[in-house]
Design a protein around this ligand. Structure first.
Ligand SMILES: Cc1cc2nc3c(=O)[nH]c(=O)nc-3n(C[C@H](O)[C@H](O)[C@H](O)COP(=O)(O)OP(=O)(O)OC[C@H]3O[C@@H](n4cnc5c(N)ncnc54)[C@H](O)[C@@H]3O)c2cc1C
Length: 524
């Protein structure tokens, strides 16, 4: 992700222009001003303040005092929206603090996108080496050094983490606060937030606290150890047989990874299809490809109970009223994400949550409480790094710009199986359900020259076009480099250009992009 950093170095406080008193932030009407005498986000000028609720905890801790700091913006969570926003707001002259309880970079850097895509690259290298004969190569054996595969991923994420940390070391604004942040109330227009032992008084607060693995309602899950998105990197042993509860994108990506490393993999999901939000024809094709590699799917099966066994774990499942059990050496739970909003003290300030813990926001990312904003996974909608990062741009526009940027946007995403599924916009099912007259373009990658030269002929391109306007409504590119190729459709959709723009363009030969073009040429 692009990373913004405050310019300048050294004693930054000295060079910050004091914001005029009573000035309102653009488009919002909140005071972001501070008298020139105060040094926001630094120890308060009145020194160590003891407040009634703090004196209780101070008493418990044998006289330890609580430090109070003030700032214009407090950002809670150093994830994909929080860090660039903190840097931007500081650069714009605001006094900013960012609270992070664990590692900068959040899910994406520390256990999500970065390490998963790194190990998937190792898995692909192993897969390609094993089929060396296809390319006329003799590679007698391919041995997986599983701890080394994880180490490689870890070293890549550590580089990213360190680089994010350096961004805070170069300046005191934004100021990085280490600790769990929790609202304690509101007084005199300021939100009071405890971060570790400090109390922060902030004019405005941006929440970017992300998600964690949700625990499905399966008996015995609290008694067995299991792998999940947040801890898989800490398990250097290669499972013999890993059973996934959940058949979403994390299960498919990680399932293929473990399978290519040498594990047996079974995926259990109560839905009749993996990735059940996608078109069934697309998912079925992907499922068949994964099955051909050895992944086993138990779809339409609900995990009811798990128990630790002598050699691992037993997952009891129910399929159409019929009960049986799957024995594995490891369990991987990937049955949804739970927003980190349950321990933020949101009730004390009145922020409204949905039943599932997602923060209610409007399209400007404003919550139900003026002055509190939410970004990233906790605001509902697509949960991706690039959408969280775009939330930073929405907030940039709302807080310091003209307010024109909102969450009305074209959102692409990818599932990093091999072949990859690049997706954007509506599925055929969604378009038809919305009553749109559609035409569907298709192209099989086995008919693409570059795909044949690469021996990457699996997959297909599917495009959904509005038959009245000729505008692209959505696309699914299941192909080698599908996550890259789908951007051709993303560009058309953002430009609101008819599919004929792609059809009539020249694509370089030989490229996989020719396959994308062929999908829209298939209408004629
Ligand atoms: C296994 C996996 C693979 C993924 N792969 C991809 C991918 O390939 N591409 C993609 O686009 N997305 C992927 N994602 C999703 C992506 O990681 C998230 O959508 C993205 O990180 C969300 O960013 P965020 O800013 O909302 O939250 P996060 O990045 O999760 O950051 C939230 C931060 O807030 C901190 N925090 C939480 N509560 C508090 C508190 N009270 N006080 C202080 N700090 C707090 C947390 O420690 C964390 O650092 C993946 C996710 C997983 C789990």
């Amino acid at each position: 992700m692009p990373e913004g950093r405050p310019s300048g170095s050294g004693d930054w406080w000295g060079s910050i222009p004091s914001l005029p008193t009573n000035k309102t932030s653009q488009g919002r009407g909140f005071r972001v001003s501070r008298s020139p005498a105060t040094r926001p986000c630094s120890p308060s000028d009145v020194g160590m303040i003891q407040r009634p609720e703090m004196s209780r905890s101070a008493g418990r801790r044998a006289g330890k005092k609580t430090e109070t700091q003030t700032c214009d913006f407090l950002i809670v969570g150093g994830g994909q929206a929080g860090i660039p926003l903190a840097q931007h707001l500081a650069k714009a002259g605001h006094r900013v603090a960012l609270a992070e309880r664990r590692h900068l970079g959040g899910s994406c850097v520390n256990f999500g996108c970065t390490p998963t895509k790194a190990v998937i690259a190792s898995a692909r290298a192993a897969f390609q080496a094993r089929r060396g004969a296809v390319f006329g190569l003799r590679i007698p054996t391919v041995e997986v050094d599983f701890p080394a595969v994880l180490d490689r991923a870890r070293s890549i994420l550590m580089q990213s983490r360190a680089s994010l940390r350096r961004g805070f070391e170069q300046s005191d604004n934004p100021r990085l606060l280490r600790g769990h942040a929790r609202f304690t109330g509101r007084r005199d227009g300021d939100f009071h937030v405890k971060v570790g032992d400090q109390t922060i008084l902030a004019r405005q607060v941006v929440l970017d606290t992300g998600t964690r693995t949700g625990r499905p309602d399966v008996e015995g899950l609290d008694k067995v150890p299991y792998l999940e998105a947040g801890n898989w990197l800490d398990h250097p042993e290669l499972p013999d047989h890993v059973v996934f509860i959940g058949g979403g994108y994390i299960a498919l990506e990680m399932g293929q990874f473990y399978c290519r490393m040498g594990s047996r993999v079974t995926i259990v999901d109560p839905a009749g299809s993996a990735l059940d939000q996608e078109d069934p024809d697309v998912v079925l094709l992907l499922q068949r490809l994964l099955e051909a590699e050895g992944l086993q799917f138990r779809l339409g099966s609900r995990a009811t109970r798990v128990e630790a066994g002598r050699r691992g774990v037993t997952v009891h499942v129910e399929t159409d009223g019929h009960a049986d059990a799957i024995r594995g050496t490891h369990l991987f739970v990937a049955a949804g994400r739970q927003p980190n909003t349950d321990d933020l003290g949101l009730k004390t300030v009145g922020v409204k949550l949905r039943k599932d813990g997602i923060v209610e926001t409007d399209e400007r990312l404003a919550t139900s409480v003026p002055g509190i904003w939410a970004a990233g996974d906790i605001r509902g909608g697509p949960m991706f790094t690039h959408t969280a990062w775009d939330d930073f741009r929405v907030l940039q526009s709302q807080l310091t710009g003209d307010g024109s940027r909102t969450t009305r946007r074209v959102v692409p995403y990818a599932i990093y199986t091999d072949p990859e599924l690049g997706r954007v916009g509506m599925t055929e099912g969604e378009a038809r359900a919305a009553g749109v007259r559609v035409k569907i373009g298709r192209f099989e990658m086995r008919d693409n020259g570059k795909a044949r030269e690469l021996s990457e002929t699996q997959g297909s391109v599917k495009v959904v076009v509005d038959a009245t306007t000729d505008l692209v409504l959505g696309a699914a590119v299941l192909s080698a480099e599908g996550s890259e190729l789908v951007h051709i459709f993303v560009a058309l959709m953002n430009a609101k250009a008819p599919y004929s723009v792609l059809r009539d363009s020249i694509q370089i030969h030989p490229t996989l992009s020719e396959g994308v073009q062929s999908a829209v040429a298939s209408f004629e």
